[in-house]
Design a protein around this ligand. Sequence first.
Ligand code: ADP
Ligand code: MG
Length: 483
Amino acid sequence: MIEEDYKRVWAECLEVIKDALGPENKRAFDTWFVPIVPLQLEGSTLIVQVPSPYFYEWIEANYIDLLKRAIRLQLGPNGMLKYSIVMDQTIPTDLLSTTLPSHGRTTVKNPLTDLPVNINKDHARELPNPFVIPGIQKTRVNPQLSPNYTLENFVEGDCNRLARSAGYAVAEKPGLTAFNPLLLHSNVGLGKTHLANAIGLKTKELHPDKVVLYVTSEQFMAQYAEAGRAGSTNDFIHFYEQIDVLIIDDIQFWSGKGPKTQDAFFHIFNHLHQRNCQIIITSDKAPGELQGLEPRLLSRLKWGLNADLQAPDVETRKAILRKKLENDGIEMSDEVIEYIAYNINTNVRELEGALISLIAQSSLNHKQITFELTKQMIDKYVQSSSREITIDYIQKVVCDSLDLPVEAIQQTSRKREIVQARQLSMYFAKKITKSSLAVIGMQCGNKDHATVLHACKTIENLRQTDRYIRNLVDELEKKFKEA
Ligand code: ADP
Ligand code: MG
């Protein structure tokens, strides 16, 4: 056999495996087979190197039949496979491919032959924890989770349903779902930190033994720099490699920064992923827009589930306000809650901010939270942050002026006044918002774009011919201008 044969044999095996797994399992192929490095051929035994014992265990548990088939196809019925498991990533691969180091190794059974396999074992030492203040003896990792950001407090709505239920699934079976990594992204103030934290808390509740850690990308970067200065970079990496559920918040912070930090994280990520540990990442940008992040890290982020959080609709905003009030033991009338929910529609942080200011105002001045006080406060609050008029808001104003409940818009009723409310909402939504006809139609009683166009024409015509409609439209127009 010539020297390069082991490479050719493994390349052929990979072809067989890739074929058998099919394109739908490309990710599994990339994760579990691409990292395998062929080292040597001894007769009909191929020796390959795998990155960790977990890796080897996983392959054995999941792909042994496939491997056996591929090897025997290449090397005949006596074909065998031997693993070399190398823990120390700092040993260059080219060194290993010429000489197989034999010191400091233990053996495990080879799945094909029952022959011993080498495992390097010099990793079994105590690992310092960068979160522990020196001098304090502590072995447990403090998860750094905030107790208030629970899943129970995270109100569900259309805007977050996928992310929330994926989060729950992850907490139930960390590392064992397809949602690994779980990437949560949204604009600011829409609940990424809350949800990521909530997943951490739920995991701890369901699996108290799991080591969970929440850390911001900024903290991670600072710790890494600190470890570099102290000459303890390896300890830093080993510490992170013990975590079962790692939450990294606001990864966009790394864009264009610290290639070495990203590199360290890349290694930790691979290690955790291979061990089926859960990784949860938040970002205020979608992966496609995360410019300046290392491409190979970016490609890892795309492995799992990418779930976005949208701005909540008005019903969810009301539910969030009610939840906050309930938690704080404060009562408010529905009218007040509705007014806040309809008027603050940028993000949840602003919504909470408005509620807190209102409560503060009322308690400082010993005033009851009346509708009037709310209106004053919220109008002032809204003026300072420019308000966008939404379709929800338009429907609410239209229905109020026709004395109809806002739900009427969604009914299939052909009653004249309901049809009119719907048409007016469509008309103003087209005039004021940037939404497409299709979106307007969907939100106004699940109609198609042609219905919206027809509604706009009808209102224009009636405006010319019907005094009542003309007055109504003028009055509504004034209201929207004031908003
Ligand atoms: P982000 O990290 O996306 O900027 P946060 O997680 O900090 O946003 O959320 C901002 C505030 O809004 C937090 O106080 C959070 O509790 C609250 N919040 C966001 N979404 C929800 C929700 N669905 N239910 C309850 N509170 C929410
Ligand atoms: Mg956040």
